[in-house]
Ligand binder design. Structure first.
Ligand SMILES: [Zn+2]
Length: 234
């Protein structure tokens, strides 16, 4: 694990301590519009469509990153999405073991975050809940880059480029929960537009176990919805 990791998911650097670890992490404690949340009792509303314009990502060695808390794929050439006339470019995608968002209090096996940024610097994250089911080949090119264990110093990591189609990681049905929230990791910056797919994608128990062996329980607890509106078009 690199020295730059100053926060984690357990003990004295766990989520309940993030706000006190560094002054720039204070929103993790005092923010009023934080993520993740429990996706419960949404307002059923007609929502503007998401136009997907994803491109295949050919990620070189430096684009697949073990941050110490997640496996991240940088997606400089991955295209993007358009919503309400705003274009958001796909910047990176990464994972959490144990879903961060809950469905009516229920935690799913994992969660994928596709992080996008507009020209103005606004962040939009698409969350895809991942549940145990059939083996999902779309994730194989990413999973090949998982460390073989916690302290392997990269031994066994596949260094070949990963070709990934971001669209193939999404569920078929494109209805979403939507709300305004934050990054779910320090500095917990707010003003993030969240779109969480109502239909999960599947991963096999072996795929989930392989990820969890490296990044176990890497999820932030849910935060209060407060005055915010949770909308859904399912
Ligand atoms: Zn995330």
């Amino acid at each position: 694990m690199s020295d730059s990791v100053v926060w984690g998911y357990a003990g004295a650097i766990g989520p309940s301590c993030w706000g006190g670890l560094r002054s720039e992490f204070s929103l993790c404690d005092c923010g009023k519009e934080q993520s993740p949340i429990d996706l419960a009792q949404p307002e059923r509303l007609p929502l503007s469509p998401i136009e997907f314009d994803y491109r295949q990502v050919r990620a070189g060695v430096g684009d697949v990153i073990d941050t110490g808390t997640t496996l991240q794929l940088n997606c400089a050439s991955g295209g993007g999405i358009r919503i309400d006339g705003i274009r958001y470019d796909l910047v990176q995608l990464h994972f959490h073991h144990g879903s961060e968002h809950l469905i009516d209090g229920r935690r799913l096996a994992m969660e994928l975050h596709l992080v996008h940024r507009s020209k103005e610097g606004d962040i939009c994250v698409i969350g895809v809940l991942l549940e145990e089911g059939a083996h999902n080949h779309a994730f194989d090119p990413i999973w090949r880059h998982l460390r073989k264990g916690k302290e392997s110093d990269g031994i066994g990591v596949d260094e070949s480029p990963a070709t990934v189609d971001p669209a193939s990681l999404l569920p078929v049905r494109r209805s979403t929960w939507r709300y305004r929230g934050s990054l779910t990791t320090p500095p917990c910056k707010e003003g993030v537009r969240w779109l969480v797919m109502t239909e999960p994608s599947s991963l096999s128990s072996a795929q989930i176990a392989a990820y969890g062996a490296v990044y176990p329980d890497s999820h932030r607890p849910v935060q209060p919805l407060g005055e915010r509106i949770l909308a859904c078009d399912a």
